[in-house]
Design a protein around this ligand. Structure first.
Ligand code: HSE
Length: 311
């Protein structure tokens, strides 16, 4: 067995406007890293966490990375001892799938360390245990794309049915992360439990249109379909200047723009890197006028998922 392994798992944009809890994609950066070491003594421990400003628990049962490792080891009936170092390279509570990236990095790393007893796709249920811990629900639209890469449709949760959707090669994503924090758990509680039939019909048309547009590389259809009538109208009140940021993105040439996951990050799709960068600058200047600091990430859709960066 290797004496240690270091793994990177990417951030993700969940919901992708109209696909609440059923659609998400991975980006090239940011992401989280873990270093795992096998230990003689059974048990999983977290020895170090950096980049979390002291906010994450080092108790193995209370950290998404270690919870995913613990549930994996239980599943394969292993009492292998594991030491985990977690290197957070993205903000917490940002809407970028921070808890999912840590969970995916952890479970991918332990599977590799132990000689790959399971296929990558089979690791998803263990990463979802991390999500359950982080926000009370095992939603898969961050963990699945972080693990598998690309644009992922969760066709069903019970049983889990995960489908990778092809995307146009010239599709670029801009993410702007306003430096405020929103807890996913809170942003989920505010959603209405009942949806009027009219809104359900609108949303279904848009999700079908978005997926068709991605597969057919029909940018005009993607543009028409990037509308969310369920989560965005409710959650946008948590993000100062959201509609001004969105207008700035669309006026600068973005195909569409919505909240990334449960926010506060906002994402937009564009058809070139140049437009995607201009969109980021336009979004940032709206936030700067509101005296809100922000970071911009421009990326293609990451097709790889987690990678070993050192072993
Ligand atoms: N689909 C989830 C939500 C993603 O919107 O609550 C959270 O990142």
């Amino acid at each position: 067995m290797k004496s240690q392994i270091k793994v990177f798992a990417p951030a993700t944009v969940a919901n992708v406007a109209c696909g609440f809890d059923i659609l998400g994609f991975a980006v090239d950066y940011p992401g989280d890293e873990v270093i795992l070491k096998p230990m003689k003594k059974p048990g999983v421990s977290i020895v170090k966490i950096t980049g979390d400003k002291g906010k994450l628990s080092m108790i193995p049962e209370k950290n998404t990375a270690s919870v995913s490792v613990l549930s994996f080891l239980k599943h394969i009936n292993s009492n292998q001892g594991i030491e985990i170092e977690l290197i957070k390279k993205m903000p917490l509570g940002s809407g970028l799938g921070s808890s999912a990236a840590s969970a995916v990095a952890g479970v991918f790393a332990v599977n590799e360390l132990l000689g790959r007893p399971l296929q990558k796709e089979e690791l998803l249920p263990f990463a979802l245990e991390g999500e359950r811990l982080a926000c009370g629900t095992a939603h898969a639209d961050n963990a699945a794309p972080s693990l598998i890469g690309g644009m992922i449709l969760i066709r069903s949760y019970n049983p889990l049915d995960i489908i990778q959707i092809p995307t146009p090669k010239d599709l670029f994503c801009t993410i702007i992360h306003p430096q405020i924090e929103i807890r996913t758990e809170d942003a989920r509680k505010m959603l209405k439990k009942q949806i009027p039939l009219k809104d359900a019909t609108t949303q279904l048309g848009n999700i079908a249109g978005l997926i068709t547009g991605l597969i057919k590389e029909d940018f005009n259809l993607i543009q028409r379909s990037m509308e969310d009538v369920i989560a965005e109208p409710v959650r946008s009140i948590l993000i100062p200047g959201f509609y001004d940021v969105k207008t700035a993105a669309l006026d600068t040439g973005a195909l569409g723009c919505s909240i990334s996951g449960s926010g506060p990050s906002i994402f937009a799709f564009s058809t070139s890197k140049k437009i995607a960068e201009e969109v980021g600058n336009a979004m940032q200047s709206v936030l700067s006028n509101l005296e809100i600091n922000s970071e911009i990430f421009v990326s293609k859709i990451n097709q790889t998922g987690p990678v070993i960066i050192e072993d």
